[in-house]
Design a binder for this molecule. Structure first.
Ligand code: ADP
Ligand code: MG
Length: 324
């Protein structure tokens, strides 16, 4: 398919701290307050005018919905995981729309924020379906773990450090973003700065192809950093910025000699990743997402936290990686 070419453009992937403060109560008021701090920075970035697309994680939000399911199961039939994924896209997207819109107005930026419920195709043959390893939801006791394994067929894994069991689900790789074509049209050269689309929240709703040509949801979650990388490439955006709760990537993280990375070449980042500098499930998928993005034609990859995002995009903070 012929794609409208874009010269620049930014995808910001919001995670952890940008959405929910650790140690909070998880109330909606808290989420709004947290989002207000986040959108102040996003509005500044949006005022630059180029294409801007947002995506976000959904770990805590999925956890809350799973718990609501659990507590209500006697009265209200539980919803499967793909439906919960769609619900989190709705609630976080709505929150971003609610808070970012006035922040844009204040800066006299006329862009509409819109949320696209996004499905992400995954392969049935993905090895992750045979090896579920992404922990979701709360911690369970030995008794509960035994019961849920038997009654619900859940895979459970013991977390020694926290002394509890967690449900683990498959985390297959995103293969194709089904709403990609539509959003690409929104971002054609003439309209790019009219919108701020919020897409592929929580990594997208995992779906597999059906024999009849349709798609159906599966009990899995997709890594939001890998999904962000795929979305940024699909939309020909040249910069991928992953916003987390630390101001960048470090080597010897939380060990003696810890060193925060500033400007790094792609080759150097690949070397550090191969040397195991980044933890699985947290920093490693971000780095992998960035490497994939740059290897497939992306120009710039940035890791920052919310307070440092705007400066990181100007090359003054965060970890910045360029294709070599
Ligand atoms: P998010 O919700 O933003 O995806 P994650 O918890 O998945 O957040 O990933 C961010 C975390 O990665 C940081 O809080 C940090 O504890 C951890 N981390 C692991 N290895 C590193 C590293 N080498 N440099 C920086 N942070 C790291
Ligand atoms: Mg994460």
């Amino acid at each position: 398919m012929d794609r409208p070419k874009m010269t620049a453009g930014l995808l910001v992937a919001l995670g952890g701290n940008a959405l929910q403060r650790a140690g909070g109560t998880g109330s909606w008021e808290e989420a709004r307050a947290q989002m207000r701090a986040t959108v102040a920075v996003l509005a500044e970035v949006a005022s630059e005018g180029g294409p801007l697309v947002l995506t976000h994680g959904n770990g805590p939000q999925i956890g809350t919905l799973l718990r609501q399911n659990e507590l209500a199961a006697r009265e209200v039939p539980s919803r499967p995981m793909d439906v919960l994924g769609a619900e989190t896209q709705g609630q976080v997207g709505y929150l971003i729309q609610t808070e970012l819109t006035p922040a844009l107005r204040q800066r006299k930026v006329s862009r509409s924020v819109l949320t696209i419920v996004s499905r992400m195709e995954v392969a049935r043959s993905d090895p992750a379906f045979r090896r579920p390893e992404k922990p979701v939801g709360r911690y369970y006791t030995d008794d509960e773990a035994r019961r849920f394994r038997k009654q619900l067929g859940w895979s459970m894994e013991y977390d020694g450090a926290r002394g509890g069991w967690r449900r683990v689900v498959p985390s297959p790789r995103p293969v194709r973003w089904l709403e990609g074509d539509a959003v690409r049209h929104l971002l054609d050269a003439r309209l790019a700065s009219s919108w701020v689309p919020v897409v592929a929240g929580g990594g997208g709703i995992p779906v597999v192809r059906r024999p009849d040509g349709g798609y159906e949801g599966v009990e899995a979650v997709i890594d939001k950093d890998l999904a962000a990388s795929l979305v940024a490439r699909e939309l020909d955006l040249d910069t991928l910025a992953i916003v987390t709760d630390v101001p960048g990537a470090a080597v010897a993280f939380r060990r003696p000699g810890e060193r925060w990375l500033r400007d790094v070449s792609l080759t150097e980042l690949e070397r550090l990743a191969a040397a195991g500098e980044f933890s699985a499930g947290s920093m490693a998928p971000k780095v992998e997402a960035g490497i994939g993005f740059l290897r497939r034609g992306g120009r710039r990859f940035v890791i920052a936290d919310i307070p440092s995002l705007a400066r990181a995009l100007r090359g003054e903070a965060g970890t910045r990686v360029t294709a070599d």
